[in-house]
Design a protein around this ligand. Structure first.
Ligand code: SF4
Ligand code: SF4
Length: 411
């Protein structure tokens, strides 16, 4: 007798033609329409790569969700393959697009793209479970004000008041693209200010776009907001071209990823440098010199979109290792195995209940290696880590800093 494969037919391909796992065949008639659209969406997302999945489950083993609750991206892939995705369920919104499961998949399944294609479909139908509705608010704010935080466009450059930061003009060495969270969030504005102070200290001829800067669009795209992404990207690209921008320094790994890997879809290429890389360059060229010590035990957290998605692991560590007095300690789950903070894929806009926050686990790791300061270089990581610091009562134990805030203290 043939081994039970969980499908209606002994042959998986046959089962696929029959639209689904045996236990859900009874519902097949009602799901004919979603079946066609889910399959079409998946094809648009990169072909029928889901068929490559042989359900080994290696993706689920590494997924950080399974450290805090049950979650199976493998099952989502399986259901999508049969067009049986429940687009109204919370499950398709869980993935933080951290990138750890695709690097484990022996069949090269594009798990993130598949997940995003399902969100695109849910977005088209305006089907959002309760915990995801705040992402819809963020999207509306992106459309009206160019940022997800409901900040008024006219206030975008307020963080720079009193800092003598110039508006970008053609011929300047660098455009500093600040990003939404560093422009509007009260805690993160300090990082933008630290960055501007460092660039000035290094003698860089730089400027900002101010009210002409729009969100890069990376995260809204991962929530399925393809049209909003396209419109933001087009506006930014036009502004870059109109203003003669050549080199862009960014604070956020999400802007970095978008400009470097997604904007080329519009047939443009700008030189993009993440601030941690730029700091390394400036220190190596002698344009930044240390005058003080930072005598603390520090651990560095690799943001998913800087590390796994873009392989920037060494420069931030090289910068920190050069700081006089600083002792760098590694956490478990570092570099390509870094533990996601929980903020990617638009999750920063969604509610994650206490007890299910990856950032709590990360802070416990930092504490266990004896770090006094957890340094990173991403707005979502800092926001989530700051929340966890309060929730865990770590105010006296652990500081959370952006890498620029450390450098500002020692130059
Ligand atoms: S690791 Fe790849 S092949 Fe294995 S279950 Fe996950 S998606 Fe399928
Ligand atoms: S990308 Fe990360 S969060 Fe998403 S399913 Fe894979 S491991 Fe889980």
């Amino acid at each position: 007798m043939a081994e039970d494969n969980g499908y209606c037919c002994p042959n998986v391909e046959e089962g696929l033609k029959h639209k689904g796992p045996r236990e859900r065949i009874d519902n097949a008639v009602e799901t004919v329409t979603p079946f066609i659209e889910v399959i079409d969406e998946i094809k648009k997302a990169g072909g029928e790569v889901y068929k490559l999945c042989y359900q080994c489950g290696k993706c689920d083993v590494v997924c950080p969700w399974n450290r805090v609750r049950n979650f199976s991206i493998r099952r989502i892939i399986r259901e999508a393959a049969f067009g049986l995705t429940e687009i109204e369920s919370e499950e398709i919104w869980r993935c933080t697009t951290c990138g750890i499961c695709p690097q484990q998949c022996p069949r090269g399944v594009k798990l993130i793209e598949l997940g995003v294609s399902l969100r695109r479909l849910a977005s088209e139908y305006e089907v959002f479970p309760a915990s995801v509705r705040s992402a819809r608010t963020a999207r509306a704010s992106l459309v009206s004000e160019g940022n997800p935080l409901q900040g008024e466009r006219k206030n975008r450059a307020d963080w720079a008041n009193g800092l003598s930061v110039k508006t970008f003009a053609e011929g300047m060495e660098v455009l500093y693209f600040v990003g939404c969270y560093f422009s509007y969030d009260p805690r993160l504005k300090k990082v933008a200010a630290a960055t501007a102070n460092i660039l000035k200290r290094a003698g860089i001829d730089f400027g900002i776009l101010g009210t002409k800067e729009n969100c890069c669009g990376e995260s809204v795209r991962k929530t399925g907001g393809e049209q909003v992404f396209t419109s933001l990207a087009r506006e930014n690209i036009k502004t870059f071209i109109d203003n003669g921008v050549k080199k862009i320094v960014v604070s956020s790994p999400h802007c970095y990823h978008s400009f470097k890997n997604e904007y080329p879809e519009f047939m443009v290429n700008f030189e993009v440098v993440h601030i941690s890389q730029y700091l390394s360059e400036l220190i190596n060229e002698g344009r930044l010199e240390f005058t003080k010590e930072f005598a603390k035990k520090v651990t560095y957290h690799d943001p998913c979109y800087l590390g796994r998605h873009n392989a920037v692991y060494d420069e931030p560590r090289e910068v920190l290792e050069k700081v006089p007095g600083l002792e760098l300690r590694e956490m478990p789950d570092s570099r390509k195995d870094s533990l996601c903070c929980g903020g990617g894929g638009g999750r920063i806009w969604m509610e994650t209940p206490k007890g299910e926050r990856f950032s709590d686990l990360r802070l416990e790791q930092a504490n266990k290696v004896g770090a006094e300061v957890l340094v990173t270089s991403c707005p979502y990581c800092i926001a989530n880590f700051d929340d966890s610091r309060l929730n865990l009562g770590y105010e006296e134990v652990l500081e959370i800093k952006d890498i620029t805030e450390v450098i500002q203290e020692v130059i």
